[in-house]
Design a protein around this ligand. Sequence first.
Ligand code: HEC
Length: 101
Amino acid sequence: MKNIGIKILAVCTILGASSLFADGADLYKRCAGCHGINGEKKALGKSEVIKAWDTEKTFAALKGYKDGSYGGAMKGVMKGQVIRLSDDDLKAISEHISTLK
Ligand code: HEC
């Protein structure tokens, strides 16, 4: 029985390490350079301040940048940011932004 315990532990460790769950705070780090660590900046002097935007609003904007249906003159910049992120990643980031103060 000892062996089974060790195997279960090993499986859990592997699953934990492969980041099955998107971590919004971690993903947001790549955004902070332009938007500010707390979302307090106008990115490149152009975007709105996104701090504390609610989850749905941010998610809709990010999805829109991804499929080209949202954005202003600099939407190309944002498309490059979100194009390789999954919907789950975008959701996690949106939830994180809603918690910024
Ligand atoms: C290279 C700088 C840069 C980075 C990095 C960046 N953004 Fe942006 N972001 C911008 C700019 C510029 C705009 C305004 C684009 C436009 O004209 O619509 C913008 C707009 C936005 C908006 C909509 C605000 C508005 O004005 O409507 C959201 C939400 C957003 N970004 C979230 C993010 C998230 C989340 C990330 C990380 C995955 C990110 N951004 C990374 C520059 C950046």
